[in-house]
Ligand binder design. Sequence first.
Ligand SMILES: NC(=O)c1ccc[n+]([C@@H]2O[C@H](COP(=O)([O-])OP(=O)(O)OC[C@H]3O[C@@H](n4cnc5c(N)ncnc54)[C@H](OP(=O)(O)O)[C@@H]3O)[C@@H](O)[C@H]2O)c1
Length: 233
Amino acid sequence: MHPVAFVAGATGFVGHALVQALCAKGITTVAHVRPDSSKLADWQGRFAAMGAQVDTSTWQLPAMTEALRRQGVTHVFCCIGTTRKRKSQASRPEAETYEAVDFGLTRLLVDAAQEAGNVQRFVYLSSAGTSQGAKGAYLQARWKAEQAVRAGKVPFTIARPSMILGDREEERPLERAGGKLADKALQLIGALGGRHLRDRYRSTDDKTLAAALLRYGLDAAAAGSVVESEHLR
Ligand SMILES: NC(=O)c1ccc[n+]([C@@H]2O[C@H](COP(=O)([O-])OP(=O)(O)OC[C@H]3O[C@@H](n4cnc5c(N)ncnc54)[C@H](OP(=O)(O)O)[C@@H]3O)[C@@H](O)[C@H]2O)c1
């Protein structure tokens, strides 16, 4: 069966690279853009130029289920998540927490994929360091989202990348500088024998990660697996 991919978070750094990678492979791709996006027209033009279809369904279970069903989606890629900056700029901060977005919207999409009936794989972009006891609201929300993905009936693949550097449109100078510094420290740790730590936590980039998500997402053998950072390069 010809795969039909649906990318949630298509307007993000990784999601956007993933839409590009899927289209380049000739895979029918639906890029989801939230209907209230201030850049909706811009994204519609950019995705059309890549050869992707654009879906603007609201983040509600019936609408998402219908969107996946109508478009015959076989592979869902969930690349959403909020950031501290988004949270501080939100008009409704209670709707922009890690719990509401990273966990809440992921769970909604898992349920939609299950109800739609045709989805064969749910690929979840999580994060390195995610575990049951991990500290902080971000990793806790990621852990809960992973649990929701595992509990769903659709076969899953969870990817846990480390820091994602590359040419991001949105300026994040502190993140970039911190990532480069961490890479230097990890290089040293690797040279001193800590190769596992270095390989787990050194940075990757959007295109490399997108290629890995596509590769694992379409690989039947990767169903039910959690792919750690060192295998996402
Ligand atoms: N960046 C890293 O270094 C890194 C490292 C490890 C794991 N990750 C994980 O990977 C995910 C994707 O990373 P990224 O760098 O591509 O993130 P990003 O550029 O910030 O993109 C986030 C995506 O989520 C969507 N989103 C955010 N809040 C939303 C909301 N309330 N409702 C609907 N959609 C919403 C955004 O849509 P809009 O454009 O419409 O806002 C965008 O498409 C992150 O969430 C993160 O947890 C990231």
